[in-house]
Design a protein around this ligand. Sequence first.
Ligand code: KE4
Length: 428
Amino acid sequence: MLYKRSSQLFKTAKKYIPGGVNSPVRAFNSVGGNPIFVTHAKGAYLYDVDGNKYIDFISSWGPMILGHAHPEIINEIKNNIDNGTSYGIPTELETQIAKKAVSMAPNIDKIRFVNSGTEACMSAIRLARGYTGREKIIKFKGCYHGHADSFLIEAGSGAVTFGNPSSPGVTNGTAKDTILATYNDLSNVQEIFEKNKDEIAAIILEPVAGNMGCILPKKDFLEGLRELCDNNDSLLIFDEVMTGFRLAKGGVQELLSIRADIVTYGKVVGGGLPVGAFAAKNKIMNLLAPEGPIYQAGTLSGNPIAMIAGLTMLNLLDNNANVYTSLEEKTRFLALEMKNLLIEKGVPFQINQIGSMMSLHFTENPVVDFDGALSGNNSFFKKYFHGMLRNGIYLPPSAFESYFLNDSITKKDLEKTLESFAITLKSF
Ligand code: KE4
């Protein structure tokens, strides 16, 4: 694998774009080396500027669940692009995709479309604060809800004290309203509610986490959060930007039969174009402007080309329910075979997998929270990442990300991936 042209392009990119990228994780800082630059993608494959081909395990960080450049999505974009690309005026398309999303996801009556998962999550907490009249939110260490100020908060000193800004530019005033809890630790959340009686507007979490690697909720964790919110008149916000329409048609709410009060979406819902969304029952959504007083807006929200891409994607998923079984089978097969290779090698590891999401951590400790993810051996991870890249496998360039399989991946691709993994393990 040669990366000559990618390295040249990265050098130039850094002259005009901070860090040469438009989103930090793409810069390979966590694994070292220079990012590849892609020319195009089709199905399960990425092609870089140096003519290298890769099997793609990030699927654009989730959106491309049916594979890149899906013919039906591309055709619908082509069929609509000549009508114009943006009006800032309502279109029937927006109602069609809203109706489709509401029919697929449980417990929602209305949905508002925005342009990213960040916008969806920041709007969801404003809605929760407006609905409850309270100011504090609880989030979990290691969960990521986009880059809005209220989420760029790291744990404060005590287990139940307020957070501190995790990025310059986030004010202490903002940080004081975000409290950090430990994922999968229900008693910690209970303690926070007791110390902040009647002050918690909402809990926001990834019901299946994908930003610490993939982490599953422990038995009764989500049910416990549901009960705490009900007993304290707080709202439970599921950030399903990653899991929505990916782990099941109805996301985690359907998969694990647990009801959220507000759900956020992104990635898959846009079919590869910039779309986020947040949704809830009428009693909450009707408080949103222009119907209610809680303000939220966006010039390109409901953009017709993004809507047609998203609507086509949702229709494809809704009419092809066995895609979820197929993705689960492929991901489970990969996880199992990787486990066998790792056991044979004698390397300490944890593999977490659910549906088409999985991650590998080089640690003997079970990875059930952020500290567990932090205990992974990052030098092993760097060797693993670059060994797989050199052998034609594109993985997330960070141990704190989830793999997102797409349904274009074939059994042959998975066998090639395992061959690359066996070669990579030889270098350990
Ligand atoms: P965006 O603003 O990036 O569309 O969505 C933010 C977001 C919200 N909630 C969850 C659960 C998310 O995973 C994300 C974004 N995910 C990252 C991957 N860890 C996107 C990749 C990136 O930041 O470039």
